[in-house]
Write a protein that binds this ligand. Structure first.
Ligand SMILES: Cc1ncc(COP(=O)(O)OP(=O)(O)O)c(N)n1
Ligand SMILES: Cc1ncsc1CCOP(=O)(O)O
Ligand SMILES: [Mg+2]
Length: 214
């Protein structure tokens, strides 16, 4: 991780019919226009039924887009894919490898995100070696099913306050219109799928988010 923890994490939508590489290219182009590549991270996220080979091919291609501009590249769930392509790190949640095990797999330097929804889980994940914590759903989202009720900015802020040395990435239903409320509550960053991937103009959506976060 560079000296600045990225403020905006754009997560790929690799569902059938989507164009994740086109979206990532547009996102990076927008960050370049704002001289904000150091503020951007791309997380490669595929559905559970996607083969490792397809996940590898996507991650490899995304990393190729990120590297020339120093954009941080993380891989969701599949740490072997992260290591195989040479990504900067990965993200794990409750159904993935335990955080301490993920830390061993990634090694001491890799950026490791862990999903947390409360103060106790946040403290435990930090102790187990997480570099940052993904906290959500902050707001209602249709992108992932089976989630608990939205936490809202206040709970995101309470988790952030409990682990002041660990960046919080708020996720779930984040838009350019509500991102500032999460940063104001104490999140270091926001993560989005739909706000960029489902936008008519993903580059414009990225610019709007980067400007909103400030
Ligand atoms: C930044 C960030 N926060 C949370 C998540 C969700 O991870 P997880 O709970 O493991 O759910 P899946 O994304 O794997 O479906 C994330 N990916 N990124
Ligand atoms: C993977 C994940 N984990 C919590 S919310 C979420 C989906 C976020 O997608 P969106 O930004 O479209 O609400
Ligand atoms: Mg996961």
């Amino acid at each position: 991780m560079g000296p600045v923890f990225p403020h905006l994490h754009v997560i790929t939508d690799a569902r059938p019919g989507r164009q994740p590489l086109t979206v990532v290219a547009a996102t990076i182009a927008a960050a370049r226009r704002l001289d904000a590549c150091h503020r951007l991270a791309i997380q490669v996220r595929v559905e559970d039924d996607v083969s490792d080979r397809d996940a590898y091919d996507l991650a490899d291609a995304v990393l190729e887009l990120c590297r020339p501009y120093g954009v941080l590249c993380l891989v969701n769930d599949r740490l072997h894919v992260a290591l195989a392509v040479g990504a900067d790190g990965g993200h794990v949640g409750a159904a993935d490898l335990p955080v301490a095990v993920a830390r061993k797999v990634l090694g001491p330097v890799g950026v490791l995100g862990a999903t947390c929804r409360d103060v106790a889980a946040a403290r435990a994940a930090r102790r187990a070696g997480a570099s940052y914590l993904g906290v959500g759903p902050a707001f209602a989202t249709a992108t992932k099913t089976g989630l608990p009720n939205p936490l809202g900015p206040a709970t995101v802020g309470a988790v952030a306050a409990a682990v002041p040395d660990t960046p919080i990435v708020a996720i779930g239903g984040v838009t350019a219109g509500n991102a500032r409320s999460l940063i104001g509550a104490g999140a270091a960053a926001v993560a989005v799928v739909g706000a960029v991937a489902a936008a008519a103009d993903p580059a414009r959506a990225t610019e709007d988010l980067l400007r909103a976060i400030g």
